[in-house]
Write a protein that binds this ligand. Structure first.
Ligand code: 48H
Length: 259
């Protein structure tokens, strides 16, 4: 016999048990694209409590779209160990170019990060930040559905030692902090410099330098890092996104006190 109410109770209780336990964490990552998921996986694997908020119903950001909806992605040699560790099959195209299934990459990122302990909440948007004593201390969240419907619904708050902006081209968290801090980002102007036109070679190269702290306790990774610090876009080559996620994880791991 199956009781409809037991099914509803199981979902509600389990969801809110996890949600309540995620209101305080060591790292909040905003955005479950390739950079955010890769960062989350490496942080959780090192034993940290990691929470990811993703606006859309489907995590993965730009991954499943591949290049122009052709669902393959390209990665370069430097990122090969990362993809192999995730279990993604790679096909050598020519020297320094590998092709992978965009959907397999997304599947591996999701499975590996959730199994490592990442708490991933889809359908939740970050709409603001907590700033205590000139340090980012968490995020302000709301149901994406409420935002999409234009409903006047007040948000809730989640606190963490560090926040990572992995929101892609729009760099939404850094943009909010820039606006609300009066332009005090760690960029040359104190504000968001803005993404530059396509140039894969340079875009991938500068991305790792741009992956860093942008305001006390707020880090940027992935496309958001090039948007904030003025790097070029690079099209559907995804090695840099994954390496950027891994780099931001290592920066935070090295900063948190060891037990
Ligand atoms: C909650 C949010 C919010 C918010 C956004 O765009 P993404 O895939 O970002 P990256 O940096 O992991 O990867 C970039 C890559 O996909 C890409 O676009 C490339 C390589 N472009 C090059 C080019 O030339 O075009 O993922 C960001 C995620 C998305 O899933 C958003 O829905 C989510 O962040 N998000 N989630 N609250 N405020 N803003």
């Amino acid at each position: 016999m199956l009781d409809d109410i037991v099914i509803s109770r199981a979902i509600t209780e389990e969801y809110f048990r996890e949600f309540l336990d995620s209101l305080e964490s060591e790292v909040i990552i905003v955005g479950a694209g390739p950079a955010g998921l890769c960062a989350a996986y490496h942080l959780a694997r090192s034993g940290l409590k990691v929470v990811v908020f993703e606006r859309t119903l489907r995590p993965g950001g730009g991954v499943p779209g591949g290049g122009m909806m052709f669902n393959k992605i390209v990665v370069q040699e430097d990122s090969r160990p990362l993809l192999e560790d995730l279990g993604v099959g790679l096909k050598r195209y020519e020297a320094n170019y590998y092709v992978a299934s965009a959907l397999e990459l997304l599947g591996c990122l999701l499975v590996r990060s959730i199994k490592a302990g990442v708490r991933l909440f889809n359908c939740i948007s970050v709409e603001d930040v907590l700033i205590y004593d000139k340090k980012v201390a968490g995020v302000v969240i709301n149901w994406s559905a409420a935002q999409l419907a234009g409903l006047h619904v007040d948000p809730l708050t989640a606190r963490s030692a560090f926040v990572v902006d992995a929101t892609g081209h729009a760099a939404e968290v850094a943009e909010i902090v820039s606006r609300k801090s009066g332009g005090k980002l760690f960029t040359s102007t104190g504000k968001i410099i803005g993404e530059k036109p396509m140039w894969a070679e340079v875009g991938e190269k500068v991305l790792l330098d741009n992956t860093k702290e942008v305001y006390p306790h707020l880090y940027v990774c992935g496309m958001a890092a090039n948007a904030v610090f003025g790097g070029p876009r690079m099209g559907p080559i995804f090695g840099g996104m994954l390496l950027s996620g891994q780099k931001v994880a290592n920066l935070i791991i090295n900063r948190l006190p060891k037990d």
